[in-house]
Design a protein around this ligand. Sequence first.
Ligand code: NI
Length: 176
Amino acid sequence: MSKKPLVYLPDPLLRQVSKPIERFDDQLRKFADDMFETMYAAPGIGLAAVQIAEPIRLIVLDVAKDGAEKSPMAFVNPKVVHSSDTRSVYEEGCLSIPDYYAEVERPADVHVEYFDLDGKQQLLKADGLIATCIQHEIDHLDGVLFIDHISKLKRDMAIKKFKKMAKDRGTTRQII
Ligand code: NI
């Protein structure tokens, strides 16, 4: 396993739509291990493959509380097949948008169809933090960020701040 470098706002990769996964092999499982290692090291509770510069439809989550036993979950080609009309609000953050948090409203309950790392189809019925987290990560696969769910004014302020930080870091990537 190895930790990978994260991709940060405003990297245009974060706006890319990730490709469906067709092969369930050791290479995929090894890549998922790298994602877990990167997520735990950050630390974070969710990560999409595109956040380590691999635009494929794979996300990992672990929403276990601090001190509780680890509860790693990996989702290949996840798709929301049902969302409740009831909504909930959580303060969200993102490993690609460090030290920035905002309240986001999303459906409170979702059903997600996905494949596990062995290629077996699964269904997750989620509520609470895990429902929010999985929707946040699935958004990443479609090039959507949590700041897209907040007001344009707040979003523009956040993007401006991160563009400046990228410039100060001397990033060579094109800025969106
Ligand atoms: Ni994120």
